[in-house]
Design a protein around this ligand. Structure first.
Ligand code: GTP
Ligand code: MG
Length: 465
């Protein structure tokens, strides 16, 4: 095989690795969404929800969002939205990508008043929906800015368009997008207005954007692109050989090839992974919202359940004379409490997950609950000895009683903290279980290649693998 052939074979190899990985990510996302939907569907059928029309009504928008997200995954269309302040050239950038003046542009602020999407097929395998949005600082009021934010929330990749100095609003929007795990490219438009000598400095400033902020890291070279989407005509001085001087209007060339290439690279390498990630983020948010609504609705009943279990556990531990059994009994009670709360909330929960939550709670609340285990063991042993040797000796019975009461108090407090902690945990939604949205997001981010935009997101979030 010649070197050229080998290089070719290798790059075909790499492309097929990327393709397989993206396919896996899509499949995992689909499985996760189906699991969530089937769970809520099960609740409805099993009567838990239909007997509770209030809750069903509350959950409806989120269930619809989950369904829409799943449909979107199946359609395989990647959504790219522009975002930025008015008149930065958002519509012009999309026109430049499309190679046609489809969207209206103009010098006045607020030319684009509604989100509008246009199909774009940059290569035969990739289908893209380009979405134009109104400016973030639209004077007509908040509603248009809200519209833009809503679109961005649903997009898989953002082109954040700036031109000239970055304003505070732009800076804050940028940080917020980063925080919400949105992949983005910073597009510096109207570069034709700057002489070549300034462009290097602009680039460096952009790269350092947010570097002063503890959460933000400098942007990577691939994440900043300079473009001239709709360069303005300039008056140029022409000196003729015969000494005549005339002035003519000339339009500098459009500069958009680099942006196009970067987008195409991203789409080929990780387009469908971005689709999967975005669907999972939507699912996670929807499920968290469902959990929050349910928990608010059931606050009183939950308090009652927690107290009942606290009393029950204290009593069970106190009356049980055998050291190991009371610890076991206590743990079983904690698990049952977590499951009872989950059942009350109608949240997906298997005993495997309940066990995992209990473990998390034990470790996260550190000393206190581990202390409960430790002292249970000590006091429990004392109690067992007292029980064995008690006979008719009243002092032994007192020993049994006092260690039993001490232990019951600790156990009761433990159950109460477990209950409260479980409530907090459940509030976050059950997205951390097997195939849960959060788990799959983490799984996808852990598998991405170094030169991808997703890898960069993972760095930003400081996830360690
Ligand atoms: N010099 C120069 N002007 C540009 C460039 N791109 C766009 N413009 C001009 O900037 C103005 C605004 O462009 P639009 O594309 O309408 O901007 P927008 O961000 O969509 O604005 P809104 O829809 O109002 O939020 C227009 O007059 C464009 O001609 C560019 O690359 N260079
Ligand atoms: Mg516009």
């Amino acid at each position: 095989m010649s070197i050229l052939e080998r290089v070719k074979a290798k790059s075909v190899d790499i492309m097929s690795v990327y393709r397989n990985l993206q396919e896996t990510h899509l499949n995992r996302a689909r499985a996760s969404l189906r699991q969530a939907l089937s769970w809520y569907g099960y609740l409805r059928k099993s009567g838990q929800l239909s007997s509770n029309p209030e809750l069903l009504g509350l959950m409806k928008p989120e269930l619809e969002a989950l369904n829409a997200t799943l449909n979107k995954l199946d359609s395989n269309v990647i959504r790219i939205a522009v975002f930025g302040l008015v008149s930065r050239g958002k519509s012009a950038v999309l026109n430049a990508l499309l190679g046609d003046k489809i969207l209206q542009t103009g010098p006045l602020n607020g030319v684009t008043q509604w989100p509008r999407s246009v199909r774009w097929q940059p290569s035969d395998k990739v289908l893209v929906e380009l979405i134009d949005t109104p400016g973030l600082d639209e004077i007509e009021g908040e509603s248009r800015a809200d519209m833009a934010r809503e679109v961005v929330h649903q997009a898989d990749l953002i082109l954040f368009v700036v031109s000239g100095d970055i304003t505070r609003t732009e800076y804050q929007a940028l940080l917020q997008l980063r925080r919400s795990q949105k992949p983005l490219i910073l597009v510096f438009n109207k570069i034709d207005l700057y002489p070549d000598t300034d462009q290097g400095a602009i680039y460096q400033n952009l790269q350092q954007l947010g570097a002063g902020h503890p959460e933000a890291k400098p942007l990577l070279p691939d994440e900043i692109v300079m473009v001239a989407a709709e360069p303005a005509a300039m008056e140029v001085r022409v000196e003729w050989p015969d000494g005549r001087v005339t002035y003519e209007w000339e339009t500098p060339p459009q500069q958009v090839d680099e942006l196009k290439e970067i987008i195409l690279n991203i789409l080929n390498r990780e387009g469908r992974s971005l689709l999967a990630l975005n669907a999972l983020i939507q699912a996670r948010d929807a499920e968290a919202a469902i959990a929050q609504k349910t928990i608010d609705l059931r606050e009183k009943e939950a308090e009652e359940i927690i107290w009942q279990f606290t009393k029950y556990k204290a009593l069970a531990v106190m009356l049980n004379p055998i050291a190991f059994l009371d610890i076991l009994g206590g743990t079983v009670a904690d698990l049952a409490l977590i499951r009872a709360l989950a059942r009350l909330y109608g949240l997906p929960m298997t005993s495997y997950e309940a066990g995992k939550i209990l473990k998390t709670i034990l470790f996260s609340s550190g000393g206190l609950l581990l202390g409960e285990l430790g002292s249970s063991l000590l006091l429990g042993l004392g109690k067992s000895t007292a029980a064995i040797t008690s006979g008719d000796n009243p002092s032994n019975i007192t020993a049994f009683a006092s260690s039993a009461i001490a232990q019951a108090g600790i156990a009761g407090y433990g159950a109460y903290s477990v209950g409260k902690a479980a409530q907090v945990y459940l509030e976050k939604g059950c997205t951390w279980g097997q195939l849960g949205a959060s788990s799959v997001i983490q799984e996808i981010l852990s598998q991405v290649d170094q030169n991808t935009i997703l890898y960069r997101l993972r760095q930003e979030l400081n996830i360690k693998y």
